[in-house]
Design a binder for this molecule. Structure first.
Ligand code: ADP
Ligand code: MG
Length: 337
């Protein structure tokens, strides 16, 4: 199972940001409202993720980190067929196969928590009682210490941290109802308050969170978007034409709350900017598209964030028209603003 795990891990765990992504997704799946992320050396030395979610019971803890041990995957052929599904249910075993993993968790109503360490060995070790508040702490240390070849492919700490920060931006923009605190080498990177239940998520994201995650200049140039068509709703912000950034990394598009990086979407947005401004500078935007889930397949290529719309043409035209109108309107009002 160790070998299989390591092969699987190659698919899932490419760099520290992949670990952070899997752990954050687990915390969100568990209904967490507060998540704390602690990083050392851009996560290579240590990634700690603590949440206040629903926790894992003692019996499930052992299963959670060693699913392959009982899995049907016994050949490369099986592995390939699983790969196409994106290895769901394999994140923790995969992480355990390439790093030292410790999970401490407590379910609501339990008298205490349980701890389990795994470091790639077949047997995940003993589950032992441990003090912990309700929720889960996952510690991942010495990433790729068992896989020197992969470790060699890691870029500089700065680059790896950049990937993690970008991931946090995506997740925090998707979930304004969850608080995120992120520290690196003991220094605070982000401290994002969860939106109060009474406050609309968009308003909250617009204030504090947008400023922290995208910077003050983006907020100063942000035009609010709020458009509806039959079965389609688009909200969020595009930066006024005057705002130009050479980087492409201020492009966030969410379909039904899920971050996507889609050709059709990118094309529609670019066309709208080009049409209004007559040049193709990198647009900056945070946009949320809502539509009937049956109108979109988000599982085309989960790792690549691709989606397929049933009515692609219609979605494209809606995006183009909505953004075109918003950008053109802002040009008329404020001159070059
Ligand atoms: P998946 O999330 O696809 O089920 P993972 O390997 O990521 O697979 O996690 C295995 C299981 O461990 C999850 O299904 C969940 O039951 C449990 N788990 C992992 N992380 C957490 C967490 N932070 N809170 C509660 N349960 C968790
Ligand atoms: Mg998971």
């Amino acid at each position: 199972p160790l070998l299989v795990n390591q092969i699987a891990a190659g698919e899932v765990i490419e760099r520290p940001a992949s670990v952070v992504k899997e752990l954050l997704e687990n915390s969100l799946d568990a209904g967490a409202r507060q998540i704390v992320v602690e990083l050392e050396q851009a996560g290579i030395k240590r990634i700690g993720v603590r949440d206040d979610g629903s926790g894992i019971g003692a019996e499930d803890l052992a299963l959670a980190v060693s699913r392959h041990a009982t899995s049907k995957i016994s050949s490369l052929h099986d592995l390939e067929s699983v790969a196409s599904l994106g290895f769901r249910g394999e994140a923790l075993p995969s992480i355990a196969s390439v790093a030292r993993l410790e999970v401490i968790s407590r379910e609501p109503g339990a008298e205490h928590g349980w701890r389990l360490s795994a470091d790639g060995t077949d047997c995940a070790g003993e589950v032992a009682p441990a003090a912990h508040p309700v929720g889960t702490s996952v510690e991942v240390r010495d990433l790729f210490y068992r896989v020197p070849a992969r470790r060699k492919f890691l870029r500089t700490e700065r680059t790896e941290l950049g990937h993690i920060e970008q991931l946090i931006r995506r997740m925090a923009l998707a979930r304004a109802d969850v608080g995120f605190r992120v520290q690196h080498n003991g220094r605070e990177l982000f401290d994002l308050r969860a939106a109060p239940e009474s406050e609309p998520l968009s308003a909250h994201a617009c204030g504090e969170r947008l400023q922290t995650l995208l910077g003050e200049t983006f907020v100063q140039h942000a035009l609010e978007v709020d458009e509806q068509a039959v079965g389609l709703a688009l909200s969020g912000w595009v930066a006024r034409p005057a705002f130009s950034r050479s980087q492409t990394d201020l492009q966030f598009f969410f379909v039904n709350g899920r971050m996507v990086r889609d050709k059709l979407v990118a094309h529609a947005v670019r066309q709208a900017f080009q049409d209004v401004l007559h040049h193709g500078r990198h647009p900056a935007y945070v946009l949320y598209l809502q539509l009937d889930p049956r109108q979109v397949d988000v599982n085309v290529h989960p790792a690549k964030h691709e989606v397929r719309f049933r009515e692609g043409r219609q979605v494209h035209d809606f995006l183009f028209r909505s953004l075109h109108r918003r950008l053109a309107g802002s040009c008329e009002q404020g001159g070059a603003q």
